[in-house]
Structures are given as structure tokens and as C-alpha cells.
Design a protein around this ligand. Structure first.
Ligand code: PPS
Length: 286
């Protein structure tokens, strides 16, 4: 069976990609000052940011993003193949993680690694995650949308609670020397300014034409066709592309086509209470 679950410190992970050893490896990860770590809750713009950082560090040249799959150029530190990928890596490392802050805090302490946190409207995350569960055979069947919505709100989905993830990472940003917070919505509304923001943060300035080239390569339409990021390289029995696409819609606010009015209202109520202790104001709330 592909859809086995690995539980680590009370959070469940897809067993197809995680082992107790790989999760321990991540929590004890030896960060280097030159590392860049992309942190996301699943379906929040991970692959997009992996592409953005790759393109910025290549000064807009798309060659690397067209030749190397995203999971080897920006491996998830908690996934079992990471240590092997890093052994073969050269130069400054680009890393990814979906882990909650509390699991990585000890490893990140006193690190100068650059951390980029990408957040997305949770309603869009839920819809994207739901469809992903349907196509990814290594994730359990999500049941109906109503069932998945309630599991998501309880926080018992893979990688744990969205609410805890966003709150813990952002409220601990001050403990991280180099931290950039950006949203999927911000990237969607103004990709060019977002590229400039990330390039300033990485201290990797780009010329206008380099920026234009990067912008073109990380557009949804280009990424949808790029087999190095659209997961079509993954065998059909692991990701069933006849059931859906990884690069599904790439929209903001698309949740309205799935949530009923009542589901949305109930989610807003639970969101308000769960996020009451957060200092964050999200663009989608305004
Ligand atoms: S994962 O499985 O956690 O790594 O998924 P993740 O990459 O975080 O999120 C996948 C969603 O991001 C969308 N996506 C994009 N949107 C806009 N522009 C670009 N370039 C882009 N690249 C990826 C992707 O389509 C998934 O969202 P949905 O809503 O399902 O389309």
C-alpha cells in the first residue's frame, strides 16, 4: 500500500515520503549560513517559490529550472531522499519544508539561514489540498469535501493544523535572523514586485531583462508545461494525472466554487476564534 501514515511527535505524514529517521534528520538538521529554506503549509505556493528562488539565483536564466526536478534542487528536508540529494549538491543550498515551527526551532536556533515563509488563503489551501488527495495515491482518500473540510479544521490532516503552522512560524519570526513573509495572493497580484522583494531579501539583485525572464518562467502557464515542476515525471501509480493536475488552477479566491455559503460562514467563525491570538491580518480578510 502506498497510502501509509507515519506519525511523528503527534503529527501525521505520508509514509511514502517520510520515515521516523528522515523526520528526526530534519529536526536535527545542520543548517548552514548560506542556506535558503522555503517554509510552507502544503498547497500554499511551495513549488512556485522553489521556481522563483531558483530563477533569481540563476539571474533569470531558465536552464536549471528546465533541467532539474524541483524536488532535487529544493529538497524537503523531512523527506527520506534529502540527505542523499544534499550529498551530491554543490554551492549554496535551497531547501524546503512543510514542518511546523516547533519541530524545527532547535535546529534553526542561532542559524543565519534565510527563511522564506509563504502563506495562502486557507480556503484555497483546503480546496487545493482536497484535489491533491484525490490524485496523489500516497495520500489517504479524503472522502467528501465536507468530510475533508472538517478534518482540516480539526488539524488532523497530513502535516498538522494550518492554523498552528501559520501562527507559530509568524509569531516566532523575530527569533529567526533572516525571515521573509510573503503570501500566495501577493505573488499572484503582483508577481514582478514579489520577485523584486525576494531578490532583495536574497541579496541577489536582478537587471530588468533578467527579472522579465524570471517572471515569464515562473508564470502559471509556463510552470504548468514544465515537466520539472508539474510532477508529470512522477509515475502514474503514485500521482494519477487522469484524476487531476498538480498545476490545477493557480487562482486566488477559487474556493467560492467549492464551499457552500454555510461552509464558508462556519469556517469564518472557526477561523476568527482560532486566529484570535494572531497578530496577522491577511489580505483575503480585508
Ligand atoms: S505542495 O504539494 O505542497 O508542494 O503544493 P504547493 O506547490 O505548495 O501548492 C500547489 C498550488 O500552487 C499552485 N501553483 C501556482 N499558482 C499560481 N502561479 C504559479 N506559478 C503556480 N505554481 C503552482 C498550484 O496550481 C496549486 O494550487 P491549485 O489551487 O491547486 O491550482
Amino acid at each position: 500500500r502506498l497510502d501509509v501514515t507515519e506519525t511523528f511527535k503527534g503529527i501525521c505524514f505520508p509514509g511514502h515520503l517520510h520515515t521516523q529517521e528522515s523526520l528526526r534528520y530534519a529536526t536535527e538538521f545542520k543548517f548552514q549560513d548560506t542556506d535558503t529554506l522555503i517554509v510552507t503549509y502544503p498547497k500554499s505556493g511551495t513549488t512556485w517559490m522553489q521556481e522563483i528562488v531558483t530563477l533569481i539565483s540563476c539571474k533569470g536564466d531558465p536552464a536549471k529550472s528546465q533541467m532539474q526536478p524541483n524536488w532535487t534542487r529544493a529538497p524537503w528536508i523531512e523527506q527520506y531522499y534529502c540527505s542523499d540529494v544534499l550529498k551530491a549538491a554543490q554551492g549554496p543550498r535551497l531547501l524546503s519544508t512543510h514542518l511546523p515551527y516547533k519541530l524545527l526551532a532547535p535546529a534553526l536556533q542561532r542559524s543565519k539561514a534565510k527563511v522564506i515563509y509563504v502563506a495562502r488563503n486557507p480556503k484555497d489551501v483546503i480546496v487545493s489540498y482536497y484535489h491533491f488527495h484525490k490524485m496523489a495515491n500516497f495520500l489517504k482518500d479524503p472522502g467528501t469535501f465536507t468530510e475533508f473540510l472538517s478534518t482540516f479544521q480539526e488539524g488532523t490532516v497530513y502535516y498538522g493544523s494550518w492554523f498552528d503552522h501559520v501562527k507559530e512560524w509568524t509569531s516566532n519570526a523575530r527569533n529567526i535572523d533572516n525571515f521573509l513573509y510573503i503570501t500566495y495572493e501577493e505573488m499572484w497580484e503582483d508577481l514582478r514586485s514579489s520577485l523584486e522583494k525576494v531578490s532583495r531579501f536574497l541579496q541577489c539583485p536582478l537587471m530588468e531583462d533578467e527579472l522579465s525572464s524570471a517572471q515569464k518562467s515562473c508564470s502559471f502557464s509556463t510552470m504548468k508545461e514544465n515537466s520539472m515542476v508539474n510532477y508529470t515525471l512522477v509515475p502514474q501509480e503514485i500521482m494519477d494525472h487522469s484524476k487531476g493536475k498538480f498545476m490545477r488552477k493557480g487562482q486566488i479566491g477559487d474556493w467560492v466554487n467549492t464551499f457552500s455559503t454555510e461552509q464558508s460562514r462556519n469556517f469564518d467563525i472557526s477561523y476568527a476564534s482560532k486566529m484570535a491570538d494572531s497578530v496577522l491580518t491577511f489580505v483575503w480578510e480585508t
